[in-house]
Design a binder for this molecule. Structure first.
Ligand code: FES
Ligand code: MG
Length: 574
């Protein structure tokens, strides 16, 4: 079924014989477009997160032209609309502060302009959730175009993975085993092309999830940024979105709870970044099909990790994953765990899109009976210290830590932690539990501080992992016994705020529990004595953020952006 032109949104701008439309038409002509360029055609927004400050999206300057080529071929009229770029490695204090900003920007860009459909260009960590959350709330047909991973890193013939290997070798450097010259050489070898981090960090995780949820063309998320397939896929997105507009294939028709359950199953099999939890919860709530921490925990007991990609895997990177068959092949392997009837942007089901996809390298994408981890991509623990959950990636931590009681060593902020870890006289052992608080959504915008550095003194003794607890996130490329997203966070008076150095904490991952070993009375007395810190921001965006940010277990969206907050936003009057 093809919609009549008059029913398109953009026709409300351009078709009427009235004064406002005269203005809209004359201004399109002002840009040099003739009537044959746009009359009667769907207008396609291309929301582009390119910027000179985002290394991961450097190729978007060219790719946007490829998307336009596709749109034109299919009889649409493309309009590029730039949006905030959110480079994970450049933006301070943390891109997490701005994910919802991008979501708001995307929603309002699409709402306020005469557009009928959209191609969303993102990839660097927060851009996938930011763009898709906004577009889901707006509701017009859209396709997500993932930036794709960069090429493998290389140093003296050794393969280097974004983040993961930097962390690993930094510990070697702090232990005094890596000279400056070598460190400099690595700096020049670890990021060799445009594209996102090529470990299974947040970027690769979220691009893969977007595909499993049905928001990309089949296979799109695995194509390396520098591969010519990526250029052709960009043009494919342009052609397909024009058809989607005529078919009126809106997110509300596409997305169901099954779509998000597929996102979760995919995340587990990939050995995903812990950040996937926050973002996928936020995305699902925008779509009106909320998933929860319990859905992740249940899926992690069911779906094995089969993608052998660092940091959960030991050897390979996203480039290898592509050569091994990519996400389609991985999803075909976990078909029994998928809702294969879920619809995707190409108008076919996920099951149809992955049918027959082959694995070309059995060690990169493992068979279900020879997984990296039979279970445990993620686990959600609860207890008196984290009534609303704390998250750990058991697959990326030393097994001895999965059942452990240790003495808490507590830090109220990152600078004091940073100073302490280099102190040779620090009173600490590898059995202690480092605690960082006031680093949650309200406390600090929830930066990636959750992989607390192991004290130098312990590194020199050979300790390479220990339990670390915080209300922060950690980079998807991080690893180790890190207990993250502790909720409620310390800044709003969660129990984490009440822990004292010397307290004992018991962690039992198989039992999914975390306990501060003090009595209820002591806990109540400490709570009564607790006072909140003054607000971090007293004006501007940060002020608004502080008033509206929700907790990690709810996806860290702004309350007023969530679906169901007030009546739906009306279409703009002309
Ligand atoms: Fe962009 Fe890692 S810095 S994906
Ligand atoms: Mg990251």
């Amino acid at each position: 079924m093809k919609l009549p032109y008059e029913s398109l949104r953009s026709a409300r701008w351009f078709a009427p014989d009235d004064f406002r439309s005269f203005g809209h038409r004359s201004r399109v002509l002002q840009m040099g477009y003739g009537y044959e360029d746009w009359v009667g055609k769907p207008v396609i927004a291309i929301v582009n997160t390119w910027s000179d400050a985002n290394q991961c999206h450097a190729h978007f300057k060219q790719r946007v032209e490829d998307v336009k080529r596709g749109v034109l071929q299919a009889g649409g009229f493309p309009l590029e609309l730039p949006a905030i770029s959110l480079s994970e490695s450049m933006v301070k204090p943390t891109t997490m502060l701005y994910r919802n900003f991008l979501a708001m920007e995307t929603e309002e860009l699409l709402r306020s302009h005469p557009v009928d459909g959209a191609v969303l260009m993102g990839g660097c960590d927060k851009t996938t959730p930011g763009l898709t959350m906004g577009a889901m709330s707006m509701g017009i047909p859209f396709i997500y175009l993932p930036a794709g991973p960069m090429l493998r890193g290389n140093w003296k013939g050794r393969v280097l993975g974004s983040g993961s290997d930097a962390f690993k070798y930094w510990d070697e450097r702090r232990a005094g085993r890596l000279p400056e010259q070598a460190w400099r050489e690595m700096e020049a070898g670890i990021a060799r092309s445009h594209g996102t981090c090529m470990t299974m960090g947040t970027a690769a995780t979220m691009m893969g999830i977007a595909e499993a949820v049905g928001l990309t063309l089949p296979g799109a998320s695995s194509i390396p940024a520098a591969d010519a397939n990526h250029i052709r896929m960009s043009a494919d997105c342009g052609r397909r979105i024009v058809e989607m507009v005529w078919e009126d294939l809106r997110p509300a028709k596409l997305l169901t709870r099954a779509s998000f359950e597929n996102g979760i199953a995919c995340a587990m099999a990939m050995g995903c970044s812990t950040n996937a939890i926050i973002h996928l919860i936020a995305m699902s709530r925008r779509a009106g099909h909320p998933v929860s921490l319990d859905d992740f925990d249940a899926a992690s007991r069911r779906v094995p990790v089969i993608a052998n990609i660092r940091p959960s895997g030991d050897a390979y990177l996203m480039e290898d994953f592509f050569y091994a068959g990519g996400l389609r092949a991985m999803l075909e392997r976990i078909r029994p765990h998928l809702k294969t009837g879920a619809l995707t942007v190409n108008g076919r089901t996920l099951g149809e899109n992955i049918a027959g996809a082959e694995v070309y390298h059995e060690d990169v994408i493992r068979p279900l009976d020879r997984p990296i981890y039979a279970e445990g991509a993620l686990a959600v623990l609860r207890g008196n210290l984290a009534p609303d959950g704390v998250v750990i990636k058991p697959s990326a931590c030393e097994p001895r830590l999965l059942r452990h009681t240790g003495r808490a060593l507590v830090f109220d902020d990152y600078p004091s932690l940073k100073q302490a870890v280099d102190d040779p006289d620090l009173d600490v052992t590898g059995d202690d539990i480092l605690v960082l608080r006031n680093a949650g959504p309200l406390g600090a915008g929830m930066p990636e501080w959750g992989m607390l550095p192991i004290p130098t003194k312990l590194l020199k003794q050979g300790v390479r992992d220990m339990l670390r607890l915080s209300d922060a996130r950690m980079s998807g490329t991080s690893y180790g016994g890190c207990l993250l997203h502790c909720a409620p966070e310390a800044a709003i008076g969660g129990p984490l705020a009440l822990v004292r150095t010397g307290d004992r904490i018991t962690v039992d991952v198989p039992a999914r529990s975390i306990r501060l070993e003090i009595g209820d009375e002591e806990m109540a007395a400490r709570r009564a004595a607790w006072t909140p810190a003054p607000p971090r921001y007293e004006r501007g965006y940060g002020w608004m953020f502080g008033r509206h940010i929700k907790q990690a277990n709810e996806g860290c969206d702004f309350d007023f952006l969530e679906t169901g907050f007030g009546k739906p936003v009306p279409e703009p009057d002309i």
